[in-house]
Design a protein around this ligand. Structure first.
Ligand code: PRX
Length: 628
């Protein structure tokens, strides 16, 4: 277990503390300056050079640990693969050579749109090896969403698969990719991994002559020797697009040395990792930042053995996760509160029918965890013996920021406890003054190694979004409360970003998808409280004249949003209304709509242009709730 000396060391010299953590990595050249901070732009380990794939693979193999398992992979249909560090190094090197053969060079961007199969981390590490930045797009996103991200990044190559398994059905990734590629002039080649071709019910895949290549055929001719590029500490490692308060997703930029330092440090200390003996499972999808940092880069940098699973928790039965824990002897499990609340709903028979005694540490991420779910997780999954670490962070922070250190921090169910050693976090009020006890806005007070370096192609949006609300501080977009013992309690987003089952969805993005439908005049979207998924998407829609406001129309609009963005953005409820409540300046009053959706009192409505609209919406909301 971690001791409290880390807190003391960081309190004395925070940048020196991070430099010490950076020494856990292998550098070709050590840095001249630990941190260069010109608010809001930070550079870490300036002048240092290293390679991420070397740190994740070669150095473990060189140290005689090539036979250690990197991934116990399990597909949803039940097929399995065991991949050692030596094999992973060979696969990555071969694929890196194949990418070079397709013309990918240091500094290029490569888009990745894949299911949870081993080829996904292989593709990411191959990019890192040759100095190309990857942009992974979650396999649940639509063709439109993929195309937009490819164009923003000007990606040269797209790596995808024929399909992926989800609840026994095939997700047609290549078909989606083909639709996206109708309008992505930067793409020169597409590499397609085989996953579902030939399986029953799998759609045929069309390969475009000269553009598309099968993964297996491409690597068959590639050599396993691919020397890693010496990258600058500040070279771009990846882009990951996340939702903001406008309809256009932000390409969050993460670089090399600082990012790897903090993901490796946090993975080791927050999870109290013993790489030789632990079997670690992060049940996220690599399409989100959690998977980037805590399935791929953190665990591999530390030489850990991980479980990686392709499918959903209820396929073929509701005990799927627990049979995985039993089969591999998982010791550390990291998941989201929505999953925990879903298991609570299913009842304790499922975990109890399996042997879970291998578990010794549990983690949670992505949304606030209610104390009830925390305690259930601790009791029914952890058997009352495993510490639960609630970890707060974001795509932008790159790595865990606020979390207990097991053994060193006294836990409180539902609290992420304290900022990690080396991290400066403070809750402030409207004016930006520190709150010693009570509620306010979460801010970060100094740079951290894994921080985003910007928004790709838009430095002004970076400055505006994160650094303008409270001068000199990073504004996270989250509300938080500090209790009498100084513990942090995260309260959810305070901006127009929703958090659905731990996934970030922008209200404006869903609104644009709705008004894109020919029948819609206007739309307003809010995230309303939901018992399982934290929040649910509720859409208020005004139709054009002559359009029928009936259930079938609501269904059509829900399907339209799913097709435009992806199934995660599908509204739970569509409420038709003749008008939307607006302030005198014409701004939609989302807070009021959220109150309507949550069935609360409306509070002060005097800023309404037309107060009558509220009653109308309320009546419609009531009627729609009855229908559900
Ligand atoms: O609102 C916070 C919530 O998730 C947001 C970040 O979402 P994303 O960038 O997709 O990254 C999710 C995985 C790191 C935050 O602004 N959030 C994340 N972790 C927690 C959380 N809210 C409360 N408690 C957490 N532990």
């Amino acid at each position: 277990m971690t001791d409290t000396s880390l807190y003391d060391a960081a309190a004395q010299d925070w940048s020196g503390f991070w430099a010490k953590q950076a020494l856990a990595l292998d550098w070709y050249r050590e840095w001249d300056t630990i941190v260069d901070w010109e608010l809001p732009f930070a550079k870490w380990f300036v002048g240092g050079s290293l390679n991420v794939s070397y740190n994740c693979l070669d150095r473990h193999v060189d140290a005689g640990r090539g036979e250690q398992v990197a991934f116990h992979w399990e597909g949803e249909p039940g097929d399995t693969r065991t991949i050692t560090y030596a094999q992973l190094l060979a696969d990555v090197s071969r694929f890196a050579n194949a990418l070079k053969g397709l013309g990918v060079r240091r500094g290029d961007r490569v888009a990745i749109y894949m299911p949870m199969i081993p080829e996904l981390p292989v593709a990411m590490l191959a990019c890192a090896r040759i100095g190309a930045a990857h942009s992974v797009v979650f396999g649940g996103f639509s063709a439109d969403a993929l195309g937009g991200r490819i164009n923003d990044a000007q990606a040269k190559v797209l790596i995808t698969a024929d399909g992926g398994w989800r609840r026994g059905a095939v997700v047609p990734l290549k078909a989606n990719a083909d639709a996206a590629l109708e309008d992505t002039p930067s793409i020169e080649h597409v590499v397609v991994a085989r996953r579902t071709s030939g399986a029953q019910g799998a759609p045929d895949v069309e390969m475009v002559e000269g553009r598309d290549r099968w993964w297996d055929e491409l690597v068959a001719g590639a050599g396993t020797d691919c020397p890693p590029e010496r990258m600058d500490s500040e070279d771009l490692l990846y882009l990951l697009y996340t939702s903001g308060t406008t309809a256009k997703p932000k390409g969050i930029m993460h670089t090399t040395g600082g990012y790897l330092t903090q993901v490796a440090f946090t993975h080791r200390y927050v999870f109290d990792l013993h790489p030789e003996t632990d079997v670690y499972w992060c049940a996220a999808d690599i399409g989100w930042v959690t998977g980037h940092s805590y399935i791929v880069y953190g665990p591999l940098a530390n030489g850990a053995t991980s479980v990686m699973y392709e499918g959903t928790p209820d396929h073929p039965g509701k005990d799927r996760w627990w049979s995985i824990v039993e089969r591999y002897g998982v010791t550390i499990l990291y998941t989201a509160p929505t999953a925990i609340r879903t298991f609570m709903k299913w009842g304790s028979t499922y975990p109890e029918s399996k042997e879970l005694s291998s578990l010794r540490l549990l983690g949670t991420v992505g949304e606030p965890i209610n104390p009830e779910a925390w305690v259930w997780y601790w009791q029914h999954i952890g058997g009352g013996r495993c510490p639960v670490v609630d970890t707060w962070w974001q795509t932008e922070t790159g790595a865990i920021m606020i979390s207990p250190l097991p053994g060193a921090t006294v836990l409180k169910p539902g609290s992420a406890t304290f900022p990690l050693p080396g991290i400066g976090a403070e809750v402030v009020d409207d004016r930006g003054d520190g709150v010693k006890e009570g509620g306010g806005y979460l801010t970060l007070t100094r740079p951290w190694p894994a921080m985003l370096r910007g928004i790709y192609g838009d430095p002004e949006r970076y400055r505006q979004t994160y650094w303008s609300r409270f001068p000199g501080r990073y504004f996270a977009g989250d509300g938080a409360r500090v209790d009498e013992d100084g513990y942090f309690w995260l309260m959810g987003r305070v901006d127009d970003v929703m958090n659905i089952a731990g996934h970030r969805v922008s209200t404006t993005e869903v609104e644009s998808a709705l008004v894109d439908h020919p029948s819609v005049a206007e739309a307003a979207v809010v995230g309303a409280k939901d018992e399982t998924t934290g929040q649910a998407i509720i859409a208020f829609v005004t139709l054009k004249a002559g359009q029928e406001a009936d259930r079938a129309h609501g269904e059509a609009l829900r399907a339209h949003v799913a097709a435009k963005i992806g199934p995660i953005a599908r509204p739970k409820t569509v409420i038709f209304t003749d008008d939307l409540p607006k302030t005198r300046s014409g701004k939609i009053m989302r807070r009021l709509l959220r109150d309507v959706a949550e069935g609360r009192d409306l509070g002060d409505t005097t800023t309404l242009a037309d107060a009558a609209v509220v009653d109308e919406i309320r009546r419609r909301a009531g009627a729609s709730a009855d229908e559900e």
